[in-house]
Design a protein. Structure first.
Length: 219
């Protein structure tokens, strides 16, 4: 009888351990499959960083007027390949203003710059790995005579111990998404990870969630 009890007890323990391990492995694989795809840095990464880098790109200090364009709130979580939140990750974002022009010397567009728009922000994730910022929907612009880049926001996410990620966020339903060579260089599954579906809140403000998954550096 004692041998039988010993066998049943250890069998149950082994079964539970195997069950737990398999689920942990499944969860890890799930997050590895969510790793955010890389996109090009682009030619308009800021050369000079102004003193103002806060998470509200729509309002500059000392300016009564706000940036032109449709207001949008973006938030998300930065996690590792095992679904654990990454604390104090540096999240940089930069984009064009409402007219589709960047505040960068390499952008030779004749479209107007917005003197009330911040163009760039840098923030850190909180204790739960979350970040958020307020901006406007950037304008589409001509990358070449036959190529319109859809509205998009550039991201650079980094932290010591992790592989830095450069990617781009796209807005669901934009007509130029289908023709964009940079976006469509990704697979269908990868495109789903960078195209965000925005919804209006009760004030008509667009809100969207863009989660980012980083890979740890190999030891």
């Amino acid at each position: 009888m004692n041998n039988r009890r010993f066998f049943l007890k250890n069998f149950s323990l082994l079964t539970l351990t195997g069950f737990t391990s398999s689920h942990l492995l499944e969860a890890a694989n799930t997050c590895k499959n969510k790793l955010t795809p890389k996109q090009s840095l682009g030619p308009f990464y800021p050369e000079k960083f102004k003193l103002e880098k806060d998470a509200d790109l729509t309002q500059l200090r000392g300016h009564k007027q706000k940036a032109k364009g449709r207001l949008v709130h973006i938030s998300g979580n930065v996690q590792d390949e095992f679904c654990k939140p990454i604390v104090n990750a540096i999240v940089e974002v930069w984009q064009a203003c409402y007219s589709g022009r960047y505040n960068h010397p390499s952008d030779t567009s004749e479209e107007a710059l917005d003197p009330h728009f911040q163009y760039y922000a840098m923030m850190k994730t909180d204790s739960k790995g979350k970040y958020s910022f307020k901006t406007i929907v950037p304008g589409a612009y001509k990358a070449s005579p036959n190529w319109m880049r859809p509205p998009h926001i550039h991201y650079k996410v980094s932290l010591r111990g992790y592989q830095s990620l450069v990617t781009q966020l796209y807005f669901s339903g934009e007509k130029f998404n289908r023709e964009d060579g940079i976006l469509n260089s990704l697979t269908l599954e990868e495109r789903k990870k960078v195209i965000v579906d925005f919804k209006k809140d009760n004030k008509g403000v667009l809100k969207g969630n863009f989660n980012i998954f980083l890979k740890k550096h190999s030891l």
